[in-house]
Ligand binder design. Structure first.
Ligand code: DAH
Length: 347
């Protein structure tokens, strides 16, 4: 009997790995372990065997049973993995294909208008010698506030309603100005860079406010930078974006991280200055807060304000998109409605 068992074991081991589907695996199991299966067939002679034989054959048979069960479980896992892999292979899609390629019946959509405008502005700044920097959405108190001359007790913290994490030390960045701080930490002056990205504010939404929106921060640090440099770059930017002269006005504006600070407004391109819901009937839209970098900010970024100075600005990308494409409600931008996105194919 022992010898028959050994032969059966050999036969089992040789054939189990050839099983490639669940049905044949189930049949295989009953062939070996079923009531009328191969194992029981061998053990039929046990009744008349001596106690010693019963003991040794019984032990060997149990061991073999266990081996069969373990091997079948392993083989089943292998079959399942193969099934998943072959299914994945069949439904494979190249997500990098562009919209001029017909992807297996998928309808290609357009670029989101914020992406389009962001790329366009990046190109404009690259052509003027700026670097493009990135930063994390989850920031700490230091990069979002402290280093930007907004200490814990500063009333300016109330200017922006913040999504805090429960540790009260981390937050969803309320502006891209944090990229200024990260840029200063990583670079030796002179430098100039822009940092686009998503920002978050805990506030009620309406036609011109969203909880998540997009900004593009800019910073230039060098020797003897002046407001004239700032105005030059801002004017160049706006005439490139709108491909025409737009009416702008500069007002004093307060931001703790710049001194002096300004608000650069453009005449509303939706109503042409006569008043609508986007410009809140004023005819002007706040587009470009900016100013000369505060010495405390340079210091926090490890730069000596006696040696270097610079300007900074924060551009609201969503508003720019709205002006550019005449969209009168910012909430369309995050609606996820494909009929909306499909209108912006060109880049
Ligand atoms: N971080 C400001 C905000 O989100 C925008 C801003 C204002 C950025 C002035 C600047 C600046 O760089 O100089 O409201």
């Amino acid at each position: 009997m022992l010898q028959k068992l050994e032969e059966l074991k050999k036969e089992f081991r040789e054939s189990v790995e050839g099983l490639t589907d669940k049905n044949s695996l189930a049949k295989f199991k009953s062939d070996y372990l079923g009531k009328k299966g191969k194992l029981n067939d061998i053990l039929k002679g046990m009744r008349s065997a001596t106690t010693d034989v019963k003991k040794s054959v019984g032990a060997a048979a149990n061991e073999f049973k266990q081996e069969i069960q373990e091997s079948l479980v392993k083989q089943l896992a292998k079959i399942e993995i193969d099934e998943i892999n072959s299914q994945l292979k069949k439904s494979w899609q190249d997500v990098t294909l562009t919209d001029d390629v017909q992807v297996k019946g998928l309808q290609a959509s357009g670029y989101h208008p914020v992406t389009l405008i962001q790329r366009e502005i990046e190109d404009i700044f690259i052509s003027m010698g700026f670097d493009i920097l990135d930063g994390p959405h989850i920031e700490d108190d230091f990069h979002n506030f402290e280093a930007l001359n907004i200490p814990a007790t500063h009333p300016a913290r109330d200017m922006q309603d913040t999504f805090w994490f429960t540790d009260m030390a981390h937050l969803l960045r309320t502006h891209t100005s944090c990229i200024q701080v990260r840029g200063m930490e990583a670079h030796e002056p002179p430098f100039k860079f822009v940092g686009p990205g998503k920002v978050f504010r805990c506030e009620a939404t309406d036609a011109s406010h969203e909880m998540a929106f997009h900004q593009l921060e800019g910073m230039m640090v060098g020797k003897d930078i002046s407001v004239a440099n700032l105005i030059y770059f801002m004017k160049t930017l706006l005439s490139e974006i709108f491909r025409k002269d737009v009416n702008v006005r500069l007002r004093p504006g307060f931001f703790p991280f710049v001194e002096p600070g300004f608000e650069l407004d453009i005449e509303c391109l939706i109503c042409g200055g006569t008043g609508c819901k986007v410009c809140k009937q004023s005819g002007w839209v706040e587009l470009l807060p900016c100013g000369m970098v505060h010495p405390n900010v340079l210091r926090a970024g490890g730069i000596d304000p006696e040696q270097w100075n610079g300007f900074a600005f924060g551009l609201g990308l969503d508003r720019l998109v709205m002006m550019r494409y005449h969209i009168d409600d910012i909430r369309h931008l995050h609606s996820g409605d494909l009929r909306f996105v499909e209108q912006f194919k060109a880049y």
